[in-house]
Design a protein around this ligand. Structure first.
Ligand code: GLN
Length: 194
């Protein structure tokens, strides 16, 4: 059984738990205290409001715990606000981040004319079928370092990336009917935990 935590301070926790628990041999738990990370092999930082979540991460002493978790080569997936918190740099903000992923992001900037929209497209590494990509006031990835692979981009707008121990998406696979992206995450968790 693969135990996965979903950071449960704020945001779309239930949807991720629900998707993870549909996958065979996966048990998903809501993580509310840093020590609950110890028994998890992977972690999802959900979408929500990154400013609020950052404050709660600080208040609940999660920063070091999350950084240590990743240091132990355990995989973290950040979706939307989660992506923002993982980024090394946020345009126009100098608040300290988890900074576990060497990218630069711009908040509320993907498909900047629209607040929210759905794309249907193929993410080649994840699936050969088109997937629904749900964007909600989504962050745009504006720069990626050499050690970061681009998983999906639309024209020059980057929306999904992966590094050795991190996955980050601007969009919300947990708000679709498909568990394919969660399965992709689980495969990465498993490949690093043996
Ligand atoms: N716009 C939000 C932020 O900047 C992220 C939106 C989301 O997670 N759906 O925190």
């Amino acid at each position: 059984e693969t135990k996965i935590g979903v950071l449960a301070l704020q945001g779309g926790v239930a949807e991720h738990l629900n998707h993870l628990n549909q996958i065979e041999n996966v048990r998903a738990v809501a993580v509310k205290k840093p020590e609950e990370l110890n028994s998890c092999l992977g972690l999802i930082i959900p979408g929500g409001e990154s400013t609020t979540m950052r404050k709660l991460i600080k208040d609940y002493d999660f920063k070091k715990a999350i950084k240590d978790f990743n240091q132990q080569q355990k995989v973290i997936w950040g979706s939307c606000a989660g992506l923002i918190l993982l980024a090394a740099e946020i345009e126009g903000e100098n608040e300290e981040q988890l900074a576990l992923l060497d990218i630069k992001v711009k908040r509320n900037a993907f498909g900047s004319q629209l607040d929210s929209f759905i794309e249907k497209d193929i993410i080649p590494k994840v699936s050969t079928d088109p997937q629904e990509l749900v964007f909600i006031r989504a962050p745009l990835i504006t720069e990626v370092a050499e050690n970061v692979e681009i998983l999906y981009q639309k024209e020059d707008q980057i929306a999904a990336v992966e590094s050795e121990y991190i996955i980050a998406t601007s969009f919300h696979p947990e708000l679709t009917d498909s568990t394919i992206f969660h399965q992709y995450f689980i495969e990465k968790v498993k490949s690093l935990s043996n």
